[in-house]
Structure formats: C-alpha cells, structure tokens
Design a protein around this ligand. Structure first.
Ligand code: ATP
Length: 391
C-alpha cells in the first residue's frame, strides 16, 4: 500500500505548553490508522492539524502527494466525525446526509440515489425521514459517518466517535465501522484513548504520550513487542522486572533479578554480560498450577503464594507473591476448568513461562508503573508489611 497521508516533523505549542513534539507518521492508503494515548497527549491536536483547524508551528502534512499544511479546511478532501455527532437538529436524517451534496449543487436525482446508497450502508433506510433527535446515540453517529462519507473524502477523521455510547453499543458500532470501512475503502484516521477500540479496529496504531510518538505498529506488534514501559503498561497489563545480565547464550540470556529469581529471556537486543535491562511479561504468559509441571527447555519456573484473586468470567486474575515481587497472572477458563482443583487465596502455586515471553524494553520509566492494575490497597498494605517483617 502506498504512503498516503504523511505527517513530517509536526510540532505544536499552545503558549509555553508543547503539545506535539516533532511527530512524524505515515498512513497508508485505505487503512484504519489510530492515534492512541491518554487524555492530553496531543492526538486531537494532530487530527485538527490534518483537518486544517489548527496550524502546526513547524512540519508538513502531505496528503496524496500534495502539501496541504497551509490549505484552508474546505480545500482539503478530509471530513471529520466528532464525538458529539454535530448533526443539524432542524434537518431530518435524509437532509443531514444530503447536506454536502446540496451545497455542492449536485442534481436532486443524484442526491436521492447517493443518500439512499449511504442509508443502506449504515442500515437506516427506514429512518430516512425521521428527525435526528428521535434517533439513538449509535444511530446518530452512523448518520454523522454517512454525512461525512458522502462527500467522498480522501481521509475520514474520527475523533473519539464512540466515546458517548455505552459499552454494548460501542462494541456493535466497532463492527459496523469496520464493515463500513471495508465497503467504502476510504482511509480512516481514528483518535481514541481506548486501547481495546484501537486494537480491534486498526491496521496500524501510533501510541502517543505527552506529544511524542512512543511506538507505531500493528495491534499485535504493539501488544507483543512493546518498545517502552509506557506502551507495555498502557496497552493491557504487564509485569516489569529489572535485572542484570549474568550469562549470554544467543539468542537467549540469563538475567539475575534481585528479589525474584534468575530468568532466561529471549535476547534480540544484542545485550552483553553485566548490562542492566528491563523486561515486561504479560499476565497471561504465565501458567499457574498447583502441581509442579514438567517443563521443556527454556522455560522458567518459580514458586509463589496466591494473594489476590479477581474472577472476571472468561478469565481470572491471580496476584502471586514470589519473594519480594507481586506478580499479576491471568488464567483463561476453558471447558475443562470445572474438573480442575480450584486455586484459592493462600495456595502455593507454580508460575512457569517460556523465555520468549520475556520482552526486553528499550526504554523504561518508573512512573509508567502507575498505569498498572494493582489489587486493592488493603492487600497491598498486607503484602508490604509481610515483606518488611521478612527483612
Ligand atoms: P483528549 O482525549 O482529552 O482530548 P488529546 O490527546 O486529544 O486529549 P489534545 O486535545 O490534543 O489532547 O490536547 C493536548 C493538550 O493541549 C491539552 O493539555 C490541551 O489542554 C491543550 N490544548 C488543546 N487545544 C488547545 C488550545 N486551543 N489552547 C490551549 N491549549 C490547548
């Protein structure tokens, strides 16, 4: 796929606050590309720069080979869908969708054909002549999407379009959005702070934090191979460890992790003996068992005590105390679960995991640990007082 929308070295400040810092991204033609990050990281500002509603202090926006950085919004072939729908309340569904074509002077017959084509796409043909205030939130958002798409923009910008909808409706709308995208094939630039939305919808994701791009990749790359502690903690949950390399046997290394154990890790970063490294291990990568399992080579194993359990239906989270560490693990339930011995509070369990699941980070910041899910404060206090007694 060709490079279609390119942000080149975009920086933007409001007063002394630098909101975007030398952001460069490339969006391919026809893909769904998400800007994902916490509130205030600058994603909406980047979207507004693309729409022409904000000017960058420096850098360029290239769309389909043309520099559009200084072009007025109505001269760019981009349309935006907002969180609050922004429909015209005095116009019915049909007229909302027809609006762009009407002001372009398109013939009535063509308008009718086109509007009904898009009404079918959003599955609201039966609601064509309804007032928009009689629609549900999800229906309003579909009208907003059709109103934007009918102008056949080069890029559809979506600014947190599902944020006002409840969970079930959001999940349905994600499927609808994906189908609409497949049907029209237009490039989508999608802004969200919700990692599951970005993961389920996107071809590629840029993770932003404080105006900087932390990582760009497919959902699987971002989840399985996070580059930084911020990405590892913001996209799902994880466990961080800091260790010293005590042995290198390419492509594996052994880390000594103080207060935990020695761990075999996959090493694609060309690290050497004596170096200090940080790794991330996702909760579901640990196997949790009461019986000590027989393990093939390159597996790590350690014994711990279950301190906290949260049952979530399709999986259960266990926090297991191993020496000085509290490890978050996750166990999926399958149909054999009922026959198994149930793991409960205080049980001694074995945690085992393959060396390939220890992902080495290029950049680690202690403050990112605040993004991790932890058990409730009482349990944490109990664990801390236990550790102090042991010392
Ligand atoms: P959210 O999801 O909360 O909108 P965001 O990642 O989209 O977050 P932006 O809306 O791009 O973030 O805002 C980034 C920062 O820039 C915020 O601190 C915001 O207050 C500030 N900001 C945005 N627009 C302006 C403006 N016009 N004037 C001053 N500050 C602004």
């Amino acid at each position: 796929m060709e490079d279609f929308l390119v942000f080149e070295g975009i920086s933007k400040s409001f007063g002394s606050h630098k909101v975007l810092d030398n952001v460069s991204l490339t969006v391919k033609k026809g893909e769904i590309f998400s800007l994902l990050g916490p509130s205030g990281c600058g994603k909406t500002t980047l979207l507004r720069i693309c729409a022409g509603l904000e000017e960058p202090d420096c850098g360029r926006v290239i769309l389909n080979g043309e520099d559009i950085t200084r072009l007025s919004p109505n001269m760019r072939q981009v349309n935006t869908v907002f969180q609050n729908y922004a429909l015209f309340p005095n116009l019915n569904v049909f007229e909302n969708i027809a609006f762009g074509l009407r002001i372009s002077g398109v013939k009535e017959k063509v308008i009718k054909e086109e509007v009904f084509k898009y009404l079918e796409l959003i599955q609201l043909t039966d609601h064509a002549y309804k007032r928009t205030d009689k629609l549900s939130g999800g229906q309003k958002q579909r009208v907003a999407i059709a109103r934007a798409l009918i102008n056949k923009p080069n890029v559809l910008l979506l600014d947190e379009p599902l944020a006002a909808l409840d969970l079930k409706l959001r999940q349905r709308m994600l499927v609808d959005l994906d189908n609409i995208h497949d049907e029209v094939g237009i490039t989508f630039l999608y802004v969200t702070h919700d990692q599951s939305e970005a993961m389920s919808l996107s071809d590629n994701i840029a993770v932003l934090n404080e105006g900087l791009v932390e990582q760009v990749g497919t959902p699987a790359q971002i989840y399985e191979a996070p580059r930084t502690s911020f990405v590892a903690a913001f996209i799902g949950d994880t466990n961080f460890f800091e260790g010293d390399v005590v042995d290198v046997d390419e492509p594996y290394s052994t880390l000594h992790i103080d207060g935990f154990t020695d761990v075999t890790v996959y090493n694609d970063k060309k690290i050497r003996k004596g170096e200090r490294v940080y790794i991330s291990i996702r909760p579901e990568k640990f196997s949790v068992s009461i019986q000590k399992p027989e393990l093939p080579e390159k597996y790590n194993i350690v014994k711990g005590t279950v301190k906290e359990i949260i049952y979530l239906g399709y999986h259960t989270k266990y926090w297991v105390k191993v020496n000085e560490y509290l490890i978050e693990t996750k166990r999926l339930h399958d149909r054999y679960m009922l026959d198994e011995k149930i793991i409960t509070w205080g049980d001694e369990v074995w945690l085992s995991w393959h060396a390939d699941y220890c992902y080495m980070l290029e950049q680690y910041k202690l403050e990112d640990e605040a993004l991790l899910t932890l058990p409730d404060e009482e349990i944490m206090a109990e664990i801390e007082s236990e550790s102090e007694q042991q010392e």
